[in-house]
Design a protein around this ligand. Structure first.
Ligand code: TYM
Length: 334
């Protein structure tokens, strides 16, 4: 049965660590799986973006393979959705340059990542500054209209909209102006210290982490110093916030009631959280452990995805070249 292609969805995750965390999953990746059932969905391993921080070839390759395994483990079907590695479709770099020539530098200087680095006096490479342009090129190369991401990517999608509008204004309707899909409840998942979960804060719980390591992290979730008997506010508690991600509505109401009545200690709540996480995540972990050892098959899946992605990419880039006056006119006719 052919599905009606209502919208084209595009998103990506950086292969910048050994594994994705539950913030990546609930903020973005879970939506990939759901959207792929209804829409034409293109999911990218954005290894070019990861080069801003990953400097070892073997690390980048193994992180990319691990991310491919993660996509499969959470239930993305590579025969339906396209899963591919960004650098296998080099047209993205060409489009990034074209977009850069239409994007004010001042806007790039206002990007959160650049402002944060400046505030902390950290020396950044030019790739960090250029990052949003490459991300805009990702989205626009595939003419996507829906971009499921966590809240931290809102500014990047807004920049993409901005550059698409500038381009369209000057050259006619070339790109769809994409929309970010950010879910209110899961846009910012908190880490074990209560700040936004992030690899760089080292406050994350890996999506496929082994139970013993996961238990230790759950037990380290920061709480206030209320005693077991004290009445507690579930909405202010990091343990409860994480519990909500995994538990049914009924189980959440039940735990919330116990918090409000008093008599529920954080130790017991953490144990309940750990148990429910195991229930939800063990099937993912099993599939991930299977896929991550199938390096050859993963590579075939990514190459097949790149082939399909490149078909779309070459069409877009030919049209853009024609519009801008680059490339041979003769080549564009063949
Ligand atoms: P990255 O690799 O940092 O994160 C991948 C996705 O996970 C989301 N995320 C979170 N969501 C909720 N709570 C959190 N604590 C949390 N941490 C991470 C991110 O918002 C993201 O959606 N720039 C992108 C990668 C990218 C991209 C693209 C995305 C490159 N090109 C084109 C969409 C479209 C990034 O750094 O993701």
């Amino acid at each position: 049965m052919s599905k009606t292609i209502a919208k084209r969805v595009f998103s990506g995750v950086q292969p910048s660590g050994t594994q994705v965390h539950i913030g990546n999953y609930f903020g973005a990746m879970k939506h990939f799986v759901e959207l792929a059932k209804e829409h034409e969905t293109i999911i990218c391993i954005v290894d070019l973006h990861a080069l801003t921080s990953v400097k070892s070839a073997s690390d980048l390759r193994s992180h990319s393979a691990s991310l491919a395994a993660a996509y499969l483990a959470i239930g993305i079907d590579p025969r339906q959705a396209i899963i591919f590695r960004q650098s296998d479709v080099p047209e993205v770099c060409e489009l990034a340059w074209y977009l850069a020539c239409h994007f004010p530098l001042g806007l790039l200087e206002r990007a959160h990542a650049v402002k944060d680095a400046k505030a902390k006096n950290i020396n950044i490479n030019s790739g960090v500054m250029f990052y949003p342009i490459l991300m805009a090129a990702d989205i626009l190369l595939y003419k996507a209209s829906l971009v499921p991401v966590g809240a931290d990517q809102k500014q990047h999608v807004e920049m993409t909209r901005d550059v698409a509008e500038r381009f369209n204004l000057q050259f006619g309707s070339i790109f769809p102006v994409p929309e970010a899909l950010i879910t209110e409840e899961t846009g910012v998942i908190r880490g074990i210290d209560g700040r936004k979960m992030s690899k760089s804060y080292d406050n994350f719980i890996g999506l496929f982490e082994e139970p013993s390591a996961m238990r230790k992290k759950v037990m380290r979730i920061v709480t206030d110093s209320k005693s077991v008997e004290d009445v507690k506010d579930p909405e202010q508690c990091n343990v409860f916030q994480m519990f909500k991600l995994f538990a049914s509505k009924e189980a959440c109401e039940n735990l919330a009631r116990q918090y409000r009545e008093g008599g529920m200690g954080y130790g017991v709540a953490k144990k309940e959280l750990f148990d429910i996480m195991q229930l939800a995540l063990s099937p993912f972990r099993e599939k991930y452990n299977h896929w991550v050892s199938q390096k050859d098959e993963l590579e075939d899946i990514l190459l097949d995805g790149a082939k399909r992605a490149r078909k779309i990419a070459t069409q877009t880039i030919s049209a853009v070249r024609l519009t801008l006056g680059t490339g041979s006119l003769k080549a564009s006719k063949t």
